[in-house]
Write a new protein. Structure first.
Length: 532
């Protein structure tokens, strides 16, 4: 069987030519995603003004120490232990104690893309120049990204304020040659990997352990990846909907421009415009047999439009966090001040992820309902039951996509169950010092799980749409717009027609891999898309 040769995202091809420069300038979600997927490399700026700003913060901390200044987390204990004064000769040990006792993560390890995103996000914050770290630490972080030395970071153990302390402790430990990494395709001690690329383990300066760990890097990194995946899924769901309107002989006029001008949500209007372009139908005649399709087709712009309208706002929240100094205390070297605050609190990310997962799960539900209509001979307007391609007496023993619909329904139910907001489950921790926490990291992990399940529903719908269009073609000629024709041809090359029952899991996993690597995104692009 011929298999589709997936096209890479043309934007990504261009971006391989330009590294992501870390100099304190604003980064985008796309910058983090490109680094996470190794489309681009990271470079630390060598601009004298940038390096001087970074060094000024470290020098100011050193000067305060020499003058016997009291600095939280430098000459005191951490959290509730801030009243404990550390003797001067023990101060150098404190950063290493911090990552040592926070080494209590559990659960799965972050995958390679997530780990690269964490490194990039923490680096972006430290490059703001308000964390009191030295240039050597930034150089070590950049080298981890460049050489793809990835700390093994357990996903569980952060409440999202005082930052992602436990997961980020694994980054701090690796910089110092401790714990484990994945490098060159295998798991090994961090010291071994550092030595392999000519690096010496760091000895953290007094503020550097706290600066590395006391921030929102893990939740923000996961949020960047979640945003991109949600954006891709929304666009793909729009094109799938257009395919399903054709496959089910639906009414293409539900997306009329005048109709949608009456309800001016811009994202909803964009989705309707995309569907109009895909279906390119003339004005409906008075003899249309079916005036109104069921909601999962007719109201698709209203469902997908919620995500489309939310994405710009969510981008702003995520990118503001990405480009912030979010540890505590912050070092204002220019004015000679140490600023104690709570920027480690990840409330904006928590809210963004709770909102995003709700919008995404609704898209999974929409596609699942479309699939239920397609496989049901009572509602699919002439297609065979369960979209079986078998004919004659062979039809009696073949069940087509019956199990695919059951699995998609299971994935949808689990995605919907996962929309319980994490941000409202604040816990009081650490002797009631951290008595109100964001739960942002849990919200981000929940969002990624909802996305994973929703992408599985999307992949199932790609299989079903390919099958349904081929079966509709048996009944009548298909008049597809160029965009839908390109998508249908790509699906035909990627997935074999199901004439006799077969296991579909390999097809599903191949489609999922392509979706997550961006290979299907060119087939779901719209020339009329307004930038988000």
């Amino acid at each position: 069987m011929n298999r589709l040769k997936m096209r890479r995202d043309p934007i990504a091809i261009h971006d391989t030519l330009s590294p992501v420069i870390f100099d304190g300038s604003p980064l985008s979600i796309e910058d983090v995603a490109d680094l996470a997927l190794r489309r681009r490399t990271a470079v630390l700026s060598d601009a004298p003004t940038f390096r001087a700003r970074i060094q000024a913060g470290a020098d100011f901390v050193a000067r305060l120490l020499a003058e016997d200044g009291v600095i939280y987390g430098v000459t005191t204990g951490y959290g509730d232990s801030c009243t404990v004064v550390v003797p001067p000769h023990l101060v150098p040990e404190l950063p290493h104690r911090l990552y040592a006792y926070h080494g209590i993560g559990a659960g799965r390890h972050l995958d390679p893309a997530e780990t690269r995103a964490v490194l990039a996000t923490r680096l972006a914050s430290l490059c703001q120049g308000m964390s009191g770290v030295g240039v050597a630490l930034l150089e070590q972080l950049v080298t981890l990204l460049q050489r793809d030395i990835l700390p093994l970071i357990p996903a569980e153990g952060s409440v999202g304020a005082s930052g992602d302390l436990t997961p980020l402790s694994y980054v701090a430990a690796v910089l110092c040659g401790e714990r484990e990494v994945v490098f060159d395709g295998r798991c090994m001690p961090a010291a071994e990997a550092l030595a392999a690329v000519g690096l010496q383990p760091l000895t953290l300066r007094p503020k550097e352990g706290l600066a590395l760990m006391n921030g929102t890097a893990v939740m923000t990194a996961l949020a960047c990846l979640a945003w991109q995946r949600a954006d891709s899924l929304g666009r793909l769901a729009t094109r799938i909907t257009a395919l399903n309107v054709v496959a089910s002989a639906g009414n293409a006029h539900h997306f009329d421009e005048t109709l949608f001008a009456a309800k001016p949500h811009p994202g909803q209007q964009r989705v309707a415009a995309r569907l109009r372009a895909d279906l390119a139908s003339e004005k409906p005649s008075r003899n249309d047999a079916r005036l109104q399709d069921r909601y999962s087709l007719r109201c698709a712009p209203h469902v997908i439009g919620v995500l489309e309208d939310a994405l710009p706002f969510l981008r702003q929240q995520i990118e503001n966090e990405l480009n912030s100094a979010n540890d505590n205390p912050l070092i204002d070297a220019e004015n000679g001040r140490v600023l104690h605050g709570g920027h480690f609190y990840g409330g904006h990310i928590a809210f963004a992820m709770d909102a995003l997962k709700t919008a995404v799960a609704n898209i999974a539900d929409l596609l699942d309902r479309q699939l239920a209509l397609l496989v049901d001979a009572r509602f699919n307007h002439g297609l065979p039951p369960n979209l079986s391609g078998a004919v004659g007496e062979r039809a009696t023993i073949n069940h087509g996509l019956k199990a695919l619909q059951i699995s998609a329904s299971a994935w949808t139910a689990e995605a919907l169950k996962g929309t319980m907001p994490a941000s409202v489950f604040s816990r009081s921790t650490e002797c009631h010092n951290q008595d109100k926490v964001s739960m942002g990291t849990i919200a981000a992990r929940d969002c990624l799980r909802v996305l994973e399940l929703s992408e599985q529903v999307g992949a199932a719908m790609l299989i079903a749409a390919r099958q349904a269009l081929a079966l509709r073609q048996r009944l009548q000629p298909l008049h597809l717009t160029p965009a839908l024709s390109s998508m249908f041809n790509a699906l035909c090359n990627a997935i074999g027609f199901v004439d006799e029952d077969r296991a579909l899991d390999a097809d599903l996993q191949r489609l999922l891999k392509g979706m997550r690597e961006g290979h299907w995104r060119p087939y779901a692009e719209y020339a009329l898309s307004a930038p988000i």
